[in-house]
Design a protein around this ligand. Structure first.
Ligand SMILES: O=P(O)(O)OC[C@H]1O[C@H](O[C@H]2O[C@H](CO)[C@@H](O)[C@H](O)[C@H]2O)[C@H](O)[C@@H](O)[C@@H]1O
Ligand SMILES: O=c1ccn([C@@H]2O[C@H](COP(=O)(O)OP(=O)(O)O)[C@@H](O)[C@H]2O)c(=O)[nH]1
Length: 469
């Protein structure tokens, strides 16, 4: 099962010829012998997976990346837990990955680094003498400067990010927050979205990530025969269904969402038995205390709400701690008349987009979407809610469940047009084109379009994405 980043990038590798270098999910100590990396072909590209250094993995992944950066990036300074050693491990793993990448480098390579696990990877590559274009895309939000200041070594880390030629963000707000930090906290010159530092020029731009909407529409149209989908449909007996699909992460707002359903069934008892919630909550980062606590809190709340509102023949919330393939998810999305995507803060949220893409055009469901998800910028004809306002969410769910067909179609068509116009393929092509411009600007060579097609093909095949799989 995958998170949004992996789900989004696999098709890019498949179609572009890029080599995606990431973690194998295994660790090894320095003395172990064996192959350095496993490489597997994927379409016209390849996936290379590496074992990361055992001594630093915990401090890097559960430590600095997911107990300092992730909470800060989602504006949850209260959840930052970090030791000095965690930062050392984070930098060690970034340096390890840089050394590994040197083995994949050829003439005219360009590097595209993915996400907050590798903020300092560009700087490590520069230290190894790399002069090729290096871009970075942040899949999460970037917070205001006062929150970033809560991250140990924040100045050193953001300074390291300025080794990248191009920094991509999900939203204008994230990009502005970063530029404000660079100008205010680091005192650097910022001109037209470019930060000027001793490393040179770093262009900051917005590239909202998209999905393959047609693929989801096709999956959904074909999904009715899948046993999970058909069993769900049979079990509903004419009752309406709302669906939530999330990693079990505090950024996803699960406690508030379930409280909103509780409020709906309490304040508007006519909705008891007439709408239930299917909540898929895929366990994530379970070794971190905040995630273990969340898992307990959500399970307790679900049990409490089901205990109070349930009947012998009606379960208000079906709560599943497991993942499904996207082909099955598409069928589950299409079965639900209401999609509830109510994170407290989210870089984009691909589930929101997938829910829309999977709907039946003749009878589409309604998306209830947090205004704090990056997706709300594009999906602005969803019912936008404040996830801290439990009453407001309960009201929006009631409105969604009762919305007439003409209004549902109008809202859905507007969202679907946006999804078709901003696909995942377009997202990666836009980023790569901008990165190619950096090479041109840096070395003042002839524009790539004027070079022989073979050179262009070679550049494309040399792009390397780097992240944890
Ligand atoms: O690998 P995990 O620790 O299980 O986490 C899964 C991924 O979560 C985050 O996804 C982000 O990227 C999505 C696509 O751009 C975006 O829609 C979402 O809002 C973000 O939260 C994380 O950034 C990834 O690195 C993880 O793989
Ligand atoms: O059981 C599941 C739950 C989720 N996903 C996929 O995981 C991604 C979640 O991405 P999102 O941006 O919503 O959140 P993230 O987990 O990356 O923060 C989506 O593409 C989902 O289709 C999946 O394949 N199976």
């Amino acid at each position: 099962m995958t998170g949004g980043l992996a789900a989004a990038l696999l098709p890019v590798v498949e179609n572009s010829g890029a080599i995606w270098v990431g973690s194998s999910g295994r660790v090894r100590d320095g003395h172990q012998k064996g192959p350095f990396a496993e490489i597997e072909a994927l379409g016209s590209g390849a996936i290379a997976t590496l074992d990361l250094p055992a001594a630093h993995y915990g401090g890097y992944y559960e430590g600095f990346a997911n107990s300092a950066l992730w909470p800060a990036l989602h504006s949850r300074s209260d959840l930052i837990r970090v030791s000095r050693d965690d930062y050392v491990s984070y930098r060690e793993v970034n340096a390890f990955m840089a050394r590994a990448l040197m083995r994949f480098r050829k003439d005219q390579t360009a590097f595209w680094v993915q996400d907050y696990h590798f903020l300092a990877l560009g700087a490590e590559l520069r230290d190894l003498g790399v002069d090729d274009p290096i871009g970075f895309f942040l899949h999460t939000p970037w917070p205001v400067a006062t929150v970033m200041q809560g991250v140990p070594n924040h100045r050193e880390l953001v300074t390291a990010m300025l080794a990248y030629d191009l920094l991509g963000f999900q939203t204008g707000e994230d990009c502005q927050n970063f530029l404000a930090y660079a100008g205010g906290e680091l005192g650097l010159t910022v001109e037209d979205g470019v930060v000027i530092s001793q490393n040179g020029r770093t262009r900051c731009e917005v590239f909202p990530i998209g999905i393959d909407a047609e693929k989801f529409a096709q999956y959904a149209a074909k999904s009715a025969s899948h046993p999970d989908v058909s069993r769900l449909r049979r079990s509903l007996n004419g009752e309406r269904l709302a669906i939530g699909v999330d990693r079990l992460d505090y950024s996803k707002g699960l406690v508030n969402r379930i409280s909103a359903f509780d409020r709906l069934w309490t304040e508007h008892p006519q909705f008891a038995r007439s709408i239930s919630l299917l909540q898929i909550a895929n366990p994530s980062r379970g070794a971190i205390e905040a995630y273990g606590n969340l898992q307990n809190d959500v399970a307790r709340l679900v049990s409490d709400v089901n205990g109070r509102h349930g009947e012998v023949d009606w379960t208000p919330i079906r709560y599943l701690n497991k993942g499904f393939s996207q082909a099955v998810l598409a069928g589950l999305y299409r079965t639900a008349q209401v999609g509830v995507v109510t994170p407290l803060h989210d870089g984009m949220n691909l589930v929101a987009k997938e829910y829309v893409a999977a709907q039946n055009p003749a009878d589409p469901g309604v998306l209830v979407l947090s205004k704090f998800a990056g997706a709300a910028n594009e999906l602005d004809t969803a019912l936008l809610v404040n996830p801290h306002d439990i009453d407001g969410m309960a009201r929006a769910i009631a409105v969604a469940a009762a919305m007439p067909l003409t209004e549902r179609k109008m809202r859905w068509e507007a969202m679907m047009n946006k999804l078709r116009g901003h696909t995942i393929q377009q997202w990666s092509a836009d980023f790569v084109a901008e990165l190619e411009k950096c090479r041109t600007e840096k070395h003042a060579v002839a524009p790539l379009a004027a070079q022989p097609p073979q050179a262009l093909r070679w550049l494309k095949s040399a792009i390397s994405g780097v992240r944890l799989i």
